[in-house]
Design a protein around this ligand. Structure first.
Ligand code: NAD
Ligand code: WQD
Length: 339
């Protein structure tokens, strides 16, 4: 297949491009590098021995997107391109609605012009909102979120659902990711946010590297076994493989399907901190601080649908996630670190 990957230079996109190339698919990346670095393309080539086609522009630029579709016979698209920082989206809602919604609409319009009918969309567990009990199941109402970022996912899911109603020969797979962490085993690709990280694992890595003094665990008085929040952390390579499975499914099906990609297990912040310390033989300074606004005490995926429909399940352990995250963060190689 020839697959367009918007946002393919980013954290999840780059890992997915590696899996696509390794599986023999032709891959075309469109990324404006608003949250990625150009050398990711070289790194993908180093890992796979193949260089993906790369275009640097905003996916909402219709003329340039048309050119890409005119120059390549694209069979399917995976739409990762989006802004994703929850807190920033609260401060800059227009920027988030403009970027995330515009790029999705433009892609869909150009796909329609060129008769491309297979789309995999990066959605998020955030669409389950604050009111569903966990584990989250796909048939639960996914119509509410707690940030402008989250609302863009709810809205794009709606747009795609309405589009499929009008075009029943189209296939849209809405992949609802839980908490991706970890990095490629080569140590060449991983999560490298600009500035001070918001997400837990990049923050842990900066503390481990001595770039930040200590981790503040947001809340130790939640109604969970150890008082800290529980999440469903999954390895980014498992998540990337989930996209290949979704594409395979989309090749032979029409309609819209929302599918959770998670492990089905919740672990707590403290458990992750302890696992990181053990996996990497590092002591991590931390304090328990106040709760962070908007955090839910606990949620994880019901992972049955992905297993039944896609034949996908997560296979990497928490230890793998912790070791690979640290390997990437310190810029090492597997040989130098863990032999
Ligand atoms: P990321 O920021 O690393 O990757 C997104 C990529 O899209 C970046 O390379 C950025 O430069 C690019 N981009 C942004 N807007 C663009 C535009 N208009 N045109 C072209 N390129 C653009 O983020 P990620 O963690 O890899 O997330 C990928 C997708 O998965 C996003 O849609 C995100 O919302 C979603 N998601 C992420 C998580 C997570 O925890 N990382 C969880 C659930 C869903
Ligand atoms: C995980 C846990 C924090 C940082 C977010 C988005 C969600 C999705 C994934 C895109 C929480 C705790 C964190 C720190 C901490 N993204 N924590 N100290 O909030 O579950 O989900 O990323 O769709 O939409 O909301 O992930 O990594 O920020 O936090 O104690 O310095 O770690 O309280 O319990 P979250 P996270």
């Amino acid at each position: 297949m020839t697959v367009l990957v918007t946002g393919g230079a980013g954290y999840i996109g780059s890992h997915t491009v590696v899996e696509l190339l390794n599986a023999g698919h032709e891959t075309i990346i469109v990324d404006d590098l608003s949250n990625a670095k150009l050398d990711v393309i070289d790194r993908i080539e180093t890992i796979t021995g193949k260089r993906p086609a790369f275009y640097q522009f905003d996916a909402a630029d219709k003329e340039r997107l048309r050119d890409v579709f005119a120059n390549h016979k694209i069979d399917a698209a995976i739409h990762f391109a989006a802004f994703k920082a929850v807190g920033e989206s609260v401060r800059k809602p227009l920027q988030y609605y403009r970027n995330n919604i515009d790029s999705a609409l433009t892609l869909l319009e150009v796909m329609e012009e060129f008769g491309c009918k297979k789309l995999v969309f990066s959605s998020s567990a955030t669409v389950y909102g604050p009111n569903n009990p966990h584990p989250y199941k796909e048939e639960m109402p996914a119509i509410q979120s707690s940030s402008p970022y989250g609302w863009t996912k709810v809205m794009i899911e709606r747009i795609l659902t309405d589009y499929v109603t009008a075009h029943p020969d189209f296939c849209a797979i809405l992949l609802r990711y839980f908490n991706p962490i970890g990095a490629h085993e080569s140590g060449l690709l991983g999560d490298d946010p600009n500035g001070i990280p918001n997400n837990l694992m990049p923050y842990i890595c900066r503390v481990a590297a001595g770039q930040l003094e200590k981790l503040t665990i947001f809340g130790g008085d939640y109604p969970t076994p150890d008082g800290t929040c529980q999440r469903d952390y999954l390895h980014v390579v498992d998540l990337a493989v989930g996209h290949l499975k979704a594409l395979e499914y989309a090749e032979n099906h029409n309609g819209v399907e929302a599918i959770n990609l998670g492990t089905g297990n919740g672990i707590s912040v403290l458990e992750l901190v302890t696992a990181f310390e053990k996996a990497n033989n590092i002591k991590l300074p931390y304090v328990i601080g106040p709760r962070r606004d908007g955090d839910l005490p606990a949620f994880w995926a019901d992972a049955e649908k992905a297993r039944n429909l896609l034949g996908w399940e997560a296979s990497h352990s928490v230890k793998d996630m912790c070791r690979s995250s640290w390997l990437f963060a310190k810029g090492g190689t597997p040989e130098s670190s863990f032999s």
